[in-house]
Design a protein around this ligand. Structure first.
Ligand SMILES: [Fe+2]
Ligand SMILES: [Fe+2]
Length: 251
């Protein structure tokens, strides 16, 4: 990707971060990113970080990127069969997205309560969900220890770095949510509600965003750059060693 395009992308991202997605900026961005494939986009982002852009500015891929990327996931699915490393990761994402939808609904209900006795079933389900969401740990480990190193070997280092950063930030909130759910009886109910509200909203928003970026940018990049079925077979063996999640669909 030529420097001119990267400079334009940098300028656009800076303006989007400063001014928000105005109609003019959206149109300009659409025009620019329509011509960038996911690999180029990853490399461009990496270059921007190397050149000093705050990775935070790249964490919130704007709506415009999302619009352009919306068919990337379908393209990925068409290339792989059931049980492929990436296929399993995507299937797990779908389960996690369902948990997030339920967490959002449960938090909404909890915020309406005046005391926990009004709906003890809700507290029980909150704890179950917090445990399920934390159980995605093996999913993240397979990414961190198998997928990301293969990308890094191919000099794609920026996107995995951002993804690792997000895993760490999310781990803290997931543990905090589980702790709150476990301690509902010990905590003042208003403090409990605040904790649940804050951690749930963080997890729902950021984990959805994270999954979106992996499905639409990182995984397509991996399939384009990691060539050779023997490499993928070997990655699969390493993934098997790490293990799966209680909610991984069986293949
Ligand atoms: Fe991830
Ligand atoms: Fe993931």
């Amino acid at each position: 990707m030529d420097q001119n395009k990267i400079d334009k992308l940098a300028d656009l991202l800076n303006r989007l971060n400063q001014e928000g997605a105005t109609k003019e900026l959206r149109e300009e961005a659409l025009k620019l990113v329509t011509n960038i494939d996911p690999v180029e986009l990853s490399l461009a982002e990496q270059k921007l970080i190397q050149d000093g852009m705050d990775p935070e500015n790249l964490r919130h891929l704007c709506d415009v990127h999302m619009e352009v990327l919306s068919d990337e996931l379908d393209k990925v699915k068409a290339q792989i069969s059931t049980g492929h490393v990436i296929d399993t990761l995507i299937a797990e994402h779908n389960k996690i997205k369902d948990f997030l939808t339920e967490l959002e609904a449960i938090n909404f209900e909890i915020q309406k309560l005046n005391n926990k006795e009004d709906n003890p079933g809700l507290m029980k389900r909150l704890l179950e969900l917090a445990i399920l969401i934390l159980d995605a740990e093996n999913h993240h480990l397979r990414e961190e220890n198998v997928l990301f190193p293969e990308l890094e070997k191919r000099e794609i280092t920026g996107p995995p770095r951002i993804m690792r950063m997000e895993h760490d930030a999310l781990r803290l909130r997931k543990r905090a949510l589980k702790e709150a759910a476990e301690n509902v009886n010990e905590l003042d109910f208003n403090i409990f509600k605040e904790l649940v509200d804050e951690t749930s909203k963080y997890i729902v928003f950021n984990l959805r965003d994270h999954i979106y970026k992996e499905d639409h940018i990182l995984y397509p990049t991996a399939l384009e750059r990691i060539i050779g079925s023997e490499i993928w077979d070997d990655m699969k063996i390493q993934c098997d060693k790490i293990g799966y999640c209680s909610f991984t669909p069986s293949v």
